[in-house]
Write a protein that binds this ligand. Structure first.
Ligand SMILES: Cc1ncc(COP(=O)(O)O)c(C=O)c1O
Length: 424
């Protein structure tokens, strides 16, 4: 007889409280209310009106309330193929080279489910988007980590996020005959780095040499402030191995819609579609339709330029507070996260942290202190590293700037309260 019917499977039985619940619970308990939440990367404002109108209208169409084809609505696949063909420098076939998923996240799970056998190794760079880990572990993949290194003077000087670097010798050393896939993310969460063409070419050529599939997570592909290269465009051989991941949620400020996609060669996409069909059959119909209309109209509305201008404006205005305080940050080349180095913030030595925070690296204590004393929530990035490498970022904090300007101004006002704890 089974001794404990409630015992969860190993894959969901993680003991540690995750960062999101620690931060959200702390935010709810803070004496400073309402808290300014710059933690999670959801938008503090609505998608553009032409997109929300499309969603409302979709609900009145009979077929938009029923199952979509498992690979996605033809209108959305076509809209994505049309929008991305110019970036890829060739005409994408919407039927064979694009597949729609339930957010980028489920798209990546489908890719891992499609190609990993138990014991296959996947190279993931630290810091990582946390969902990669469970998505790789579920089909039995083994994670192999390679850190991205901050610039040596990151604690004293503000500099471009592009200064965070991968050591290619470290990557090469981690390749084995079991390496099946590598996960890239550009523009990067949380660093804000946009990988250069040179860096991507080195990685791509290594993958060609070793027959490694590339999963290129490009969900922030419309938010870059420096030239942006897509690895799939670097050579036909690299393209043959590459799945590019996109997100309607990130593109159109609608993270709750759960519309994502993968673009790649037919010999890869067909298996991703097969896995996706088994995981969730098909994705939300009316919001696929609205995303399609979003793509159809975005250019004529000047939405993409506006989106970059707005986010870059938010980023620059918010980051002025760090210059005022003398705290260095990694100036993002893309995306909507900024990493700030708080080595100069001296936490009071007698400050009482709860045990579940006290046992974590210094950035968790910084996050707790910011929430309780300053009233601003941010994310401790050691959560996105393995314990052995966590020290690399234990002085950093991640802030999401995809919030209303008034929220950012309140945050800045509160953050000025850090001055008394800063030792230059
Ligand atoms: C790097 C990265 N990849 C993927 C995702 C997930 O995208 P989606 O909401 O479309 O699943 C996120 C969301 O935060 C992200 O930061």
């Amino acid at each position: 007889m089974r001794s404990d019917p409630f015992r969860p499977a190993q894959r969901v039985a993680g003991q540690r409280q995750d960062v999101w619940s620690i931060i959200n619970e702390a935010a709810a308990a803070s004496p400073v209310q309402p808290i300014v939440n710059m933690g999670q990367g959801f938008f503090g404002y609505n998608p553009p009106k032409f997109v929300t109108d499309a969603a409302k209208e979709a609900l009145d169409k009979v077929d938009c309330n029923q199952y979509s084809p498992t690979k996605g609505r033809p209108r959305l696949k076509r809209a994505i193929a049309n929008a991305y063909s110019p970036f890829f420098g060739r005409t994408l076939n919407p039927d064979t080279e694009v597949t729609i998923t339930t957010g980028a996240n489920e798209g990546m799970l489908s890719a891992f489910m499609a190609f990993l056998e138990p014991g296959d190794e996947v190279i993931v760079f630290e810091p990582f988007f946390d969902q990669y880990i469970s998505n790789i572990e579920m089909p039995g993949g083994r994670l192999v980590y390679v850190p991205i290194h901050p610039p040596a003077s990151g604690s004293t000087k503000t500099q471009s996020a592009g200064k965070w670097r991968i050591d290619m010798d470290e990557v090469k050393a981690r390749i084995s005959d079991k390496t099946r896939m590598i996960v890239l993310n550009s523009p990067h969460n949380p660093i804000g780095k946009v990988f250069s063409e040179h860096e991507l070419r080195e990685i791509g050529e290594l993958c060609v040499e070793h027959n490694i599939l590339i999963l290129s997570d490009e969900v922030y592909d419309r938010l870059y402030y420096t030239p942006f290269t897509r690895i799939a465009t670097l050579s036909p051989k690299i393209a043959d191995l590459t799945l590019t991941v996109g997100s309607g949620g990130k593109n159109f400020y609608a993270t709750g819609w759960r519309v994502g996609w993968l673009i790649g060669p037919e010999h890869l996409i067909k298996y991703v579609s097969a896995a996706h069909t088994r995981i969730c059959y098909s994705s939300v119909s009316p919001l696929q339709e609205a995303t399609a209309i979003g793509f159809e109209k975005a250019d004529e509305m000047g939405f993409w330029e506006e989106s970059v201008k707005e986010m870059k404006g938010k980023m620059d205005r918010f980051n002025r507070v760090w210059s005022e305080l003398g705290l260095p940050y990694s100036d993002p080349e893309g995306g909507y996260f900024v990493l700030v180095n708080m080595a100069k913030v001296k936490l009071p030595s007698d400050y009482k942290f709860p045990p579940h925070v006290a046992e974590r690296p210094r950035d968790f204590k910084l996050a707790w202190f910011l929430i309780m004393e300053i009233g601003v929530a941010a994310i401790p990035p050691t959560e996105f590293f393995t314990p052995g490498n966590a020290h690399i970022v234990e002085d950093y904090m991640r802030f999401a700037v995809c919030k209303d300007d008034s929220v950012l101004e309140t945050a800045k006002e509160r953050l000025r309260g850090l001055k008394q704890y800063i030792v230059q």
